[in-house]
Design a protein around this ligand. Structure first.
Ligand code: C2E
Ligand code: MG
Ligand code: MG
Length: 751
């Protein structure tokens, strides 16, 4: 209601409907108050005619099928005769003042809302005038001058009214148009999208304010032609855009839809999404119109996502996936004639786990970041470095004069990484092992990676902090290893393993005696007896060592128990353990079960572990070792001196025996420094109340030296090589012999 009142006021102002305006309208039509007075004077007769006219008009409209108003506005048609009657009364009554005019405008506005089209409105006026003309002539057939005069008055009044109706309709449409224009303008102003319009046939461009602001342009620098617009795109985008526009104009593309870059005023590129559709305007001209959206934020987010899927979050280096892609490209380049050399370096930090375990992962992360920086400093601009995972990095060296240049870079990297690193106030010295392989166009890129990895294995195996080059020999080794893996797979089931025993002797001035044996595993492969150094690592890698190790333990316990029963009750049994066995949860329980099942006394069992095993392990290992110790089992630290020989281990872990590695003993007699080390180890063991066993005694001189230094226990070829149980038995028995002498009979018997 409020809306209609407001509209009426607006309309009144728009049409100038004030007393002066009304008077003007009357003057133009030569409509005087007297004319209205004459009509009022014959109101009764005219009203009679009005009634009949309204009814006739109603009938007339009812028979026009194209007027579907009744279905759209039910009841409207039924009301029409009465509305018309009232209208006729108003028409004749006058006075034509503000009140009258307002009523008329309101009625016309109502019709506007009711969508009574002006054509039916005019038709109704026509019908009315024709009807009234005939009616008046008939009524005053005797007095035609009255009929004529009254019709003249009626004609003026009706035209006055028609003028109001036509002006109201026109003004209402104009106001609606203004309103929608204003709304459209507001939408354009608020829209985030820039709008554009291109008159295809005469190449004229128009763009909105927002369009300009995306590119920081103004009315002066705004594009005027399509070329102006295209000139802001990089060439490849320009072609793509032009192409999609032409295809759309040719009807091959449903719409213009393209993401491309545009140059801003300052030259910076911005990503936009351009959409458009062609239409034909009122003049038959083709008009391509559309929007342009700034999508730079979305593009940035997409870029970030793509970057993070291809990069390592810690170091920001390309990750394994992007290295694969880089390798593929490099290997394709290699297959082209005249290509320079390329190579892959596989870098692995030595003992990185130790840093993580001892200083925490945060420190480990900081180390990795510094390592990445250092490696990067050793590379040239065209080279690529990626973090392959953990402490592994891969370098792709491209465009080299010779493959041997890769070795130089590898050494350079090793030197750079060897410089001390300071992390959280700790000074650390790192070392890295590197495998190097050439990248050939004919091999796949994955081959080079695999070859570099193989070379890395070799570098690690030859004592870490080493570099190794891939060669065919390496590949043969790998084949050989694979073969061995599958052969080892069912060696246990096929009974191919056997145990050899090597005596451990207590030396004394007067009389030496065998106090124990070390169980050493052998693999009978066809005619060959394979030594453990060749296959233990394979068993460890495949995990089979767990099962095989338990078999060794059980067999050794059984065998030594048998010897216990045959005169050697005191004999100890030493069994070597692999780290995989200790990592097994409930390993102490496995040992307890074997002891239970075989009946072997725990106190006669010695389990040998290596320093490297302790280095890798954490609190669980300590707990397992403690559990074993509490059951009476003794623990020996094997190969002492070859690993890190951290005295901390001796203190932290429950260890009862130190075994000095044979490498010290072999050379000790002629080397004063080695002698000093052996002496120190013996002193250390004694101080910690640990037994010392020296391994690898091969000569009487070595024996003398160790005896003189107070080493109680020895093991070595001088006393006996590892032999099958049946061969060892006579040796054990002979050592029971009171005539047995460490300087004479025993070695002769064994060699
Ligand atoms: P290890 O535990 O240090 O064993 C001693 C190694 O020194 C044995 O080599 C033995 O034959 C050798 N040896 C003893 N006396 C002398 C000597 O006077 N001169 C020289 N040159 N060598 C001597 P073997 O039997 O080849 O075993 C090598 C390694 O394999 C062992 O070193 C041990 O670490 C591992 N191993 C052997 N059996 C097993 C097993 O059942 N389980 C596990 N996990 N490892 C085993
Ligand atoms: Mg051993
Ligand atoms: Mg050893």
């Amino acid at each position: 209601m409020l809306d209609l009142k407001k509209k009426l006021q607006e309309m009144q102002t728009h049409l100038g409907l004030n007393p002066v305006g009304i008077r003007q309208r009357m003057t133009i039509l030569a409509l005087e108050d007297d004319h209205l007075a004459q009509l009022s004077g014959h109101a009764a007769e005219i009203e009679e005619l009005h009634l009949a006219c309204a009814e006739a008009l109603h009938q007339h409209f009812c028979h026009l099928p194209e007027l579907t108003l009744d279905s759209e506005y039910p009841g409207l048609f039924a009301r029409l005769p009465y509305q018309r009657l009232r209208y006729c009364q108003q028409l004749l009554q006058g006075p034509y003042d503000m009140q009258h005019v307002r009523m008329r405008v309101l009625s016309n506005l109502g019709q506007e809302r009711g969508r009574l089209a002006s054509k039916s409105c005019l038709a109704a006026y026509h019908f009315y005038l024709q009807y009234m003309h005939a009616g008046l002539s008939e009524r005053w057939s005797e007095r035609p001058e009255i009929a004529q005069r009254l019709y003249g008055c009626l004609l003026r009044a009706v035209f006055f009214d028609m003028g109001l109706a036509v002006d109201t309709h026109a003004a209402a449409s104009q106001m609606a148009l203004d309103d929608s224009d204003a709304r459209y303008a507001r939408t354009v102003l608020c829209a985030n999208d820039g709008l554009w319009e291109w008159q295809v046939d005469n190449d004229r461009m128009q763009v909105s304010e927002r369009w300009l602001s995306i590119l920081e342009l103004d009315a002066v620098t705004a594009p005027r032609t399509l070329d102006d617009w295209l000139s802001r795109m990089p060439p490849s985008h320009r072609h793509a855009f032009n192409d999609v526009v032409q295809r759309h104009l040719a009807g091959d593309e449903q719409q213009v839809h393209l993401e491309c870059q545009l140059r801003k005023r300052d030259g910076e590129l911005v990503w936009v999404l351009i959409r458009g559709l062609v239409c034909v305007d009122a003049h038959g001209q083709r008009l391509l119109t559309g929007s342009q959206t700034d999508i730079s934020q979305r593009k940035a987010a997409e870029r970030e996502l793509a970057h993070s899927s291809l990069h390592d979050p810690l170091t920001g280096l390309p990750n394994r996936q992007s290295m694969n892609e880089l390798l593929l490209q490099a290997s394709q380049r290699q297959s082209r004639p005249g290509a320079r050399h390329a190579a892959v370096l596989f870098i692995d930090l030595d003992r990185f786990k130790l840093i993580n375990d001892s200083l925490g992962h945060h420190a480990g992360d900081l180390v990795l970041i510094q390592v990445a920086n250092r490696i990067e400093h050793c590379l040239r601009p065209g080279d690529h470095l990626c973090r392959f995972g953990g402490d592994e990095f891969v370098v792709l060296l491209d465009d080299m004069a010779a493959v041997s240049d890769a070795e130089l870079v590898a050494r350079h990297i090793m030197d750079a990484l060897h410089q001390p690193i300071v992390v959280i106030n700790r000074r650390l010295t790192l070392s890295a092992s590197i495998g190097v392989a050439a990248l050939n166009g004919h091999d796949g890129e994955q081959d080079a990676l695999r070859e570099a990895d193989l070379a890395l294995d070799l570098a690690k195996a030859s004592g870490k902090a080493q570099m190794a080059l891939y060669s065919d020999v390496l590949q043969q080794d790998a084949h050989h290893r694979l073969e061995m893996e599958s052969a080892l797979n069912d060696a246990l089931r096929r009974d191919q393993f056997e145990i050899h025993y090597q005596p451990i002797v207590e030396i004394a001035a007067t009389r030496s005696r065998v106090v124990g044996v070390e169980a050493l595993l052998r693999w009978r492969r066809g005619d060959r007896l394979v030594p453990p150094d060749e296959f233990i690592s394979v068993l460890e890698e495949t995990g089979a060592i767990v099962e095989v190790g338990e078999w060794v333990l059980r067999e050794a316990c059984r065998q030594v128990l048998h010897w216990h029963a045959h005169g050697h009750q005191e004999l100890r049994c030493s069994v070597n353990l692999s780290s995989r066995q200790l990592q097994q949860s409930g390993f102490a329980e496995v040992v307890a079960r074997v002891l239970r099942e075989t009946g072997f006394p725990a106190t006669s069992l010695v389990l040998e572990i290596t320093e490297s095993l302790l280095m890798q392990e954490g609190p669980e290992t300590l707990a397992t070792l403690r559990e074993l110790e509490s059951s009476g089992v003794r623990i020996a630290l094997d190969d002492f001196g070859t690993g890190f020989s951290s005295l901390g281990y001796l203190h932290r872990y429950p260890l009862h025996i130190i075994k000095i590695d044979k490498s010290f003993i072999t050379k000790a007699t002629g080397d004063e420094r080695l002698k000093a080390i052996v002496r120190a180890i013996i002193g250390l063991g004694r101080g910690l109340c640990m037994d010392i066993i020296a391994e690898g005694i091969e000569t009487p001189e070595q024996m003398e030296f160790l005896h003189a230094e107070g080493c109680q226990f020895v093991q070595g070829y001088w006393f006996g090589r590892p032999q099958p149980a049946a061969v060892v038995k006579p040796l054990l028995d002979s050592m029971l012999d009171p005539d047995f002498d460490r300087h004479g009979a025993a070695p002769a018997l064994l060699h």
